[in-house]
Design a protein around this ligand. Sequence first.
Ligand SMILES: O=C(O)C(=O)C[C@]1(C(=O)O)C=C[C@@H](O)C=C1
Length: 284
Amino acid sequence: MKVGYLGPKATFSELAVKKVFEGFEHKPYQTIPECMDAVSRHEVELAVVPLENALEGSVNITLDYLTQVAKLPIIGEITIPIKQHLMVHPANADKWQNVEKVYSHSHAIAQCHKFLHHQLTGVPFESVSSTAAAAKMIMETPEVNAAAIANELAAKEYGLTIVQRNIHDFDYNHTRFIVLAEKNIDFQVVSGSTHYKTTLMVTLPSDQAGSLHQVLSAFAWRKINLSKIESRPMKTGIGNYFFIIDLEMKLDEVLIPGAIAEMEALGCCVKLLGSYPAIMVDLH
Ligand SMILES: O=C(O)C(=O)C[C@]1(C(=O)O)C=C[C@@H](O)C=C1
């Protein structure tokens, strides 16, 4: 079975895939939408893409492309610890404090703002498609005194020298990855996890005061615990949002269907994005 992930080799996405999908064929893709399209094209059976980082929040392209274009079921979630390091080409190791530019994924840069502000004040940074893509670029351009923010595996994969370790601003740094598949693949068998979550996409009726309160009440009186609610633009005009709601329970036959029916009766549009096992992986 093939698993697509945000590449190139040595991204945090690959770390998650290597840890959970041992024995599967792993296939890197340049962007998150390309990962999802590969599942839709049946090029791979599964895709693992980043959804949310503990310091920087949601990876918006994942949410938007999943809900607006790919519309693939979420069948699993993998959370891994994130350690960001500053790395340079070995030829530039002794002059890293004078780097001309820092490259990484936008979320990795955001996780290291304090370090960049205090240790590399005024040095410009540029977002690229992933942390490993930044590392690969630094390896290919030794003549430029630039740095990448990436993980330990990327330094090894691309022969870079880590000049500053753990530059992320806060210690408790994790990223949630979602596993997407068209086929009904049982992630509990792969992960061994029995901790389930259910994710819904809810659009409120227009111009109905109190509708969000009604949505939250539909879960509250059923004692369904929410672990997240987040709004995202519908892209139909300023102020038009949909809500992503994570429930801390597996889809059952009474409570969640009852809450969905109640919300729909109140004029909401509700879509089940998935009910799936979630696993926290220790990379050691
Ligand atoms: O670029 C990578 O290495 C990724 O796997 C993407 C990603 C992300 O999008 O958040 C994953 C974990 C980190 O938060 C930094 C980047």
